[in-house]
Design a protein around this ligand. Structure first.
Ligand SMILES: Cc1cc2nc3c(=O)[nH]c(=O)nc-3n(C[C@H](O)[C@H](O)[C@H](O)COP(=O)(O)O)c2cc1C
Length: 155
């Protein structure tokens, strides 16, 4: 084994296959989305999830100040959304969002959805861990997931 440096740390982490989510926060009626694969389940009772965002992210203040967040679990055919929401300040005008009950937004045709209340934020290293209580969920058994491995999308 080698001593950890940034390059071999990132490379080793990339061998862990994940799904891909787009997580939305809301500020003054405007939706802010980020592509996130650090999403994970945390607790079944109560239902909790977590994810982490870089403290350098252009959207970090919107996420920190959001009361509600939504998780969109992407399906195989939604790579375009992953690419789009990993850009800085992605344009959202052309996207036909679905609306949740807490002035929240969702992407159409995802494999899974979670409408969440932000309950805790923990600063660690150069990221912030967001912990959310899950209020409402929906999933689609007919779609297949988009997966991410070795810094690439896999089907
Ligand atoms: C598949 C994928 C997964 C990502 N997962 C995360 C993540 O879990 N946390 C994070 O901070 N950034 C993640 N990113 C990077 C962000 O989407 C975004 O590119 C980054 O925050 C820089 O943009 P910003 O400064 O506008 O936030 C991911 C990008 C991709 C393509």
């Amino acid at each position: 084994m080698r001593k950890t440096n940034k390059k071999n740390f990132k490379k080793t982490l990339s061998k862990f296959t994940t799904g891909v989510t787009v997580i939305f926060a809301e500020k003054n009626g405007q939706v802010h989305g980020k592509t996130v694969n650090s999403f994970n389940s945390l607790s079944l009772n109560p239902p909790l999830i977590l994810f982490s965002l870089g403290n350098y992210s252009s959207s970090i203040n919107t996420f920190l100040n959001s009361k509600y967040l939504t998780v969109n679990i992407l399906s195989q055919n939604q790579k375009k959304f992953s690419d789009h929401f990993s850009q800085k300040n992605p344009d959202t005008k052309k996207i036909k969002f679905l609306k949740g009950i807490h002035n929240t937004f969702f992407l159409p045709n995802c494999i899974g959805y979670l409408e969440c209340k932000l309950i805790d934020k923990i600063k660690k290293g150069d990221h912030i861990i967001f912990i959310c209580e899950v209020l409402r969920v929906k999933s689609n058994d007919k779609l297949k997931p988009l997966n991410y491995y070795n810094s690439n999308y896999i089907k």
